[in-house]
Ligand binder design. Structure first.
Ligand code: NAD
Ligand code: UFG
Length: 336
């Protein structure tokens, strides 16, 4: 059985759908601080069977011991954490408490339970402003905010653990920009409040929840002046987790650090155009000042994940826009 902490969140639900489809048994564990129970009901509809979901907090040793005591867990995928960059700067202690404190409590509970396989959600944010793109795993780590530093620290903790406990198998996955939704339109990204990220903002403009998209900066040194990122379809990302999980279940007893991205860069305007084509809607855009902390361009070299995990992103920007639109159109208010 695979334990997915933060399993009711955006990436957790999509990964659970892929794992269930592949025949794995999963248990979701979430405190619902940034997700809603109807997401889990939708997952059950996709899977066509009940899915165990435990409400609890990764920072609680009692909650974690109860899960490991009750379910025969073979491996953990650790998604639970807070992820809003600006909020992390305003509330550093809350972010370190959740992202570092939660990771420590989980790892201690895994140690007590004798579970030694973990796939960890890291982020491209650990690179900060890269010297150049594509970014390989060997690039310097210069996270520029509290959120990014919490991910780098958690990676360090896992590497240190492996030095002391070399029989662990640990995958550190650095995601680039996950977007899109399950093709069935039952699950997708449902951010609280005003979306920080580009794709959910665009989809909310498309359904009339927001009047226009503000494009943060039109004077970057990129082909059209807008920021360039490596967008990855959340289903490709979910399949990347499946590949990493199967690697860990083989007990390689090493730490593997891998980028998960498409290896392609797309500008803000590329994404808006692709979305307009996929949806048939016009997205009113206005170029405004750059957003502090944003980099001009960042996309990854995904070669290592292909070599070591046999995984590669297959879906196009058009697929991402079509599925994001399908989700938003069917669920204008998200999970409600
Ligand atoms: P999400 O907020 O949708 O999912 C995270 C889930 O964790 C939520 O359901 C939340 O309720 C839960 N959670 C948070 N703190 C918890 C705690 N203390 N105990 C139990 N549950 C808790 O976010 P997501 O986009 O699915 O991201 C999943 C992971 O991937 C996060 O660790 C995030 O930092 C990382 N990541 C996300 C992105 C992205 O752009 N979405 C990019 C890189 C890395
Ligand atoms: N953008 C806009 N308008 C918006 C929102 C975003 O123009 O309303 C632009 C940004 O300036 C950037 C691009 O769209 O050029 C993508 O921005 P996102 O906020 O969607 O994504 P980021 O690359 O800034 O950051 C995301 C996550 C981080 C994660 C990082 C990993 O928010 O948590 O990807 O690469 F670490």
């Amino acid at each position: 059985m695979i334990l997915l902490t933060g399993g009711a969140g955006y990436i957790g639900l999509h990964t659970a759908a892929v794992l269930l489809e592949a025949g794995h048994e999963v248990v979701l564990f979430d405190n619902f601080s940034n997700s809603k129970p109807p997401g889990v009901e939708r997952l059950q509809a996709i899977a066509g069977r009940p899915v165990v979901c435990v409400q609890g907090d990764v920072r609680s040793a009692q909650d974690m011991d109860a899960v490991f005591g009750r379910y025969p867990v073979d491996a953990v995928i650790h998604f639970a954490g807070l992820k809003a960059v600006a909020e992390s700067e305003q509330q550093p202690l809350r972010y370190y408490d959740n992202n570092i404190g939660g990771t420590l409590v989980l790892l201690q509970a895994m140690t007590r339970a004798g579970v030694k396989r973990i796939v960890f959600s890291s982020s491209a944010t650990v690179y900060g402003e890269p010297d150049s793109s594509p970014v390989a795993e060997t690039a310097a780590l210069r996270p520029a905010n509290v959120y990014g530093r919490s991910k780098r620290m958690a990676e360090d903790i896992l590497r240190d653990l492996h030095v002391a406990a070399p029989d662990w198998s640990i995958a550190l996955l650095r995601y680039f920009n996950p977007v899109g939704a399950h093709p069935g339109g039952l699950i997708g990204e449902d951010p609280n409040g005003i979306p920080n990220n580009l794709m959910p903002f665009v989809t909310q403009v498309a359904v009339g929840r927001r009047p226009e998209l503000q494009v943060f900066g039109g004077d970057y040194a990129t082909a059209d002046g807008t920021g360039v990122r490596d967008y990855i379809h959340v289903m490709d990302l979910a399949e990347g987790h499946q590949a990493a999980l199967e690697w860990a279940l083989g007990d390689p007893r090493e730490v593997l650090t891998a980028n998960l991205g498409s290896g392609r860069g797309h500008s803000v305007l590329d994404l808006v155009r692709a979305f307009e084509q996929a949806s048939g809607r016009t997205i009113p855009c206005r170029i405004v000042a750059r957003r502090p902390g944003d980099v001009a361009a960042c996309w990854c070299d995904p070669a290592l994940a292909r070599q070591r995990l046999g995984w590669t992103a297959r879906r196009t920007l058009q697929d991402m826009c079509r599925d994001a639109w399908n989700w938003q159109r069917n669920n204008p208010d998200g999970f409600g």
